[in-house]
Structure formats: C-alpha cells, structure tokens
Design a protein around this ligand. Structure first.
Ligand SMILES: N[C@@H](CCC(=O)N[C@@H](CS)C(=O)NCC(=O)O)C(=O)O
Length: 359
C-alpha cells in the first residue's frame, strides 16, 4: 500500500533523526503489544516538557517509539530540533498556530505563541496526526489510551486543566537559563553547558536558514525567523536583573499557589485523594526547581509544609522515577538532589555521556 502523505512527512523526519543509540521502543508492563507502537515521541532526555509527556506515558503504561533528540547546540553541531524535516512535522501538527514572537521567561504557547523548533512532538500513527505542545500531548494521550485509569477524568477535567495551565505559565526556562541577580545556586556544570545558550541557538538556526532559502521553503523560513526573534529577546531577558528578579518572584508565587491548593483540597494530591495529570506537572516542576537549588522555596519553611510533604510522595512515584530519575541523561549532577549528587552520580553521568550521547 502507498505511504500516506502524513507517513511521508514522518519518514522524512525519521531519516534525519535516526540514531542507533538514542532511538528505542519503550515497552510497558501490562500494556497490550500488537504490532509496532501506535505512538512515536520526539523528545529529549533533559527537557522539562518531555519529562511531563514521558511521565504520562509511564503512568498510563503507553508503549512508544522514542526519539531521544539532541537539543543542545554544542560546537558546530546543529540541534536536531532545528532540522527542517522535524520543523515540518511540527508545523503539520499546528497548521494555524500563531508563531512565537517574543520571550517572557515562560515556554507556554498561551503566553509566547507557538515555537516550531522545540520538543516534544507526538505522532499518532492510528489517527495519522502530529500533536504538539506538552500540555496538549498529555491530554491527548490520556484521552486516546483506553486501558487503565484516566489522569484527567471528565468530572475533574476543568480543575486539572487549571493546574496544568498554572504550571505551564511558570517561568521555568528563565530560572534555568538565567541566574538570580542576587546569587546563583544553579549546579556548576549547568552554567558551563548553557553559557551563551541563546546566542548559540541563534547561530544554529541561522546556519539552517541557508538551505531553506535555497529551496524557497517559505513556511520553514518563517519558522526559523520566529525562533530567532524569540531567542534574541531571551538573550536580553536573562541578563536583565529586573526581569530575572520578577521571574524568581513568579516562582515563589508558583510554590505558594500549590501550598494554597493543597490546603484547599486537603491533599494528599493536588486535587485531593486522586492522583491526576496535575500531579505529573507539579512533580516535574518541583523536582526541576530543587535540582536548580530552589528547594528553599519550600524546604525548612513552616508556611510551605504541605508542599514539602507533597514532594516526598510525588518524587517517589514509580512513573516519575522511570520517566525522569532513571531515564539516562535526564539530569546532570547537582548538589541539591540526592539522586544526582556525589561521586557515584557524577561517574554514572559521565559513563552515560560516553555511551549514549554521540552527536
Ligand atoms: N510549550 C512547549 C514548550 C516546548 C519547549 O520550550 N521545549 C524546550 C525543552 S523543554 C526545547 O525544545 N528547547 C530547545 C530550543 O529552544 O532550542 C511545550 O510545552 O511543549
């Protein structure tokens, strides 16, 4: 049978992304396994938005074909998410989206617009469509996968969505890529890795533009221009002290909002007795903050004791452990989290790097 137009787009992305050690099929215990997986996920080991989707996959037991992509510009290598074939796949999943046109320290489509050059992207071979944006992907997977309990049951859908949105709008990227102007506690290795990151991203996108220009690929060129606009604005934001102070204040309010939510519902989970999609978002957000050295936003504070107790439960969840803590190269060493601190964690990380991440 002839390949559909959609499958041709997917195949063309897969040809350029194929990598023997970073492509795999993730099988789940208990999930029905007939034929190849229905879903294909384009994501990256250390990306927060990818953590969210992977955690949903493991929580719901959804098998998937994994493309663990290299999204960091290093040396002369181009991040795989800037490849025109991959950008084309994302554009296919967001035909009328308003492209990103600035940067406020947040990576939400709702506040920034659609970034065509990022991960994650989901392909659903059954429905022949690409789904973009982590919040949409998570909701889509939960709705489409019939086996097991929903993370967004109908009766809680609006309440869950409100929490997902809250986490989505918190300035996670600002506090990752920018230092607090009054003190930088981020892991040392991170600072080396992301030095001048926005300028490097711009250079990498510019390097890709030549090819798109030669082919007069207007849609791809517009996508690249939007990305450059965003990254130029980001490079100013992260060096602007008032913007970074505001981002940190936003994070403190973010944690305060969870404390209030847990008080309101009585816990143990964000919406009460049932573990939902909201908890997947909060777990990944809080762990990222802790890894960055922002645990004191709740640790040792009597007015944030609910959040502190919540993290104990949330970080122990098996789906989160498999999707993030045990996923190779998800986090680099940090003195702020026990799983990734100390000489054993450092040795493990460098061993993984040697084995898994050739570009
Ligand atoms: N709103 C999007 C944001 C996606 C996003 O910003 N992804 C980051 C990783 S978490 C990325 O791919 N960055 C690479 C780049 O900007 O070059 C989502 O939730 O999927």
């Amino acid at each position: 049978m002839a390949e559909s137009a959609f499958e041709q787009i997917v195949a063309s992305a897969n040809r350029v992304l194929a990598h023997p050690r970073r492509d795999s099929v993730v099988r789940m215990d208990g999930a029905s396994a007939t034929g190849g997986p229905r879903f294909e996920l384009y994501h990256s080991a250390p990306s927060l938005c990818s953590f969210k989707v992977r955690t949903v996959m493991f929580e719901r037991g959804i098998p998937f074909r994994s493309h663990d992509m290299n999204i960091m510009p290093a040396g002369s290598s181009i991040p795989e998410n800037y490849r025109p074939e991959y950008v084309g796949l994302r554009l296919h999943g967001a035909p009328n989206a308003k492209l990103v046109d600035g940067y406020t320290g947040v990576s939400s489509v709702a506040t920034e617009g659609f970034d065509p050059c990022v991960v994650p992207t989901l392909v659903d071979h059954k429905k022949q469509q690409a789904v973009v944006d982590s919040a949409r992907i998570c909701e889509y997977l939960d709705r489409e996968w019939a086996e097991g309990d929903r993370l967004m049951p109908d009766e809680l859908a609006n309440a869950v969505r409100a929490q997902v949105d809250l986490v989505d709008r918190a300035p996670h990227v600002a506090v990752l890529y920018g230092a607090h102007p009054d003190g930088d506690n981020r892991p040392k290795g991170l600072a080396v890795n992301i030095k001048d990151i926005h300028a490097k991203k711009i250079a990498a996108v510019e390097a890709m533009m030549g090819e798109a220009e030669k082919q007069s690929a207007e849609e791809t060129l517009a996508a690249y221009r939007a990305k450059i606009t965003k990254e130029s604005s980001a490079s100013q934001f992260v060096y602007d002290a008032p913007s970074m102070r505001a981002a940190h204040k936003g994070m403190a309010e973010h944690v305060e909002a969870l404390e209030a939510q847990l008080e309101d519902t009585g816990g143990p989970w964000a919406l009460g007795s049932r573990y939902t999609m909201a908890d997947i978002m909060w777990t990944n957000s809080l762990y990222r903050l802790k890894w960055l050295g922002l645990g004191p936003l709740w640790e040792g504070r009597s007015d944030r004791s609910r959040v502190a107790e919540y993290t104990e439960r949330a970080f122990a969840r098996p789906s989160f452990r498999r999707a993030v803590i045990e996923w190779p190269f998800a986090y680099s060493p940090s003195p702020h989290v026990k799983e990734f601190s100390g000489p054993v964690a450092a040795a493990k990380f460098f061993w993984q790097m040697l084995r898994r991440r050739p570009i």
